[in-house]
Design a protein around this ligand. Sequence first.
Ligand code: S3P
Length: 183
Amino acid sequence: MVRRILLVGFMGSGKTVVGRELARLLGWSFLDFDEEIAHRVGLSIPEVFRQHGEPFFREVEAEVGRELLARERVVLASGGGWPAAPGRMETLGKDTLSVWLVVSPGEAVRRSRRQGGGRPLLEGPGVLAEARRLLEEREPAYRLAELHLPTEGAAPDEIAREIVHHLETENRTRPPEAEAPRG
Ligand code: S3P
């Protein structure tokens, strides 16, 4: 039985917007790793990177990930880099449905620009090449997600409904004892 849904994917893949809609459809809470990090440190994500550096950000991210992955009836949006640390995707329990929202590097950069930046790793010259490099490095980790959904050409609410449909058809929102006996 699924007790939480974890959305993973590159920056700009739509984890936050899809996650909010999905939580609304399920009547669950929505929690975003980055929001939680910013709240705990008392700084925006770019400020955390600027003032404390990426290693500190990754430490807080690891702690936040551990805590939020213990919650139930939640939709979680991880940061784009969280799945990349070894062992993270491999150790998700069966009660966590992991979903990879797939986006190309070009579209990720365009969306990030449209959203006004705020992503320290997608700034400065050579950003497209850097997005390609990072995505290539992280793709094997994202691929470990149970469900892979393309996000280009699909509206966030359609993607959210697709995830609900997957849950329903897999019969994974109900406890096993509630299922009709077979035969
Ligand atoms: C990061 C992704 C960001 C945020 C930080 C680092 C990454 O989250 O955690 O800027 O390493 O890919 P989003 O994927 O929500 O943009």
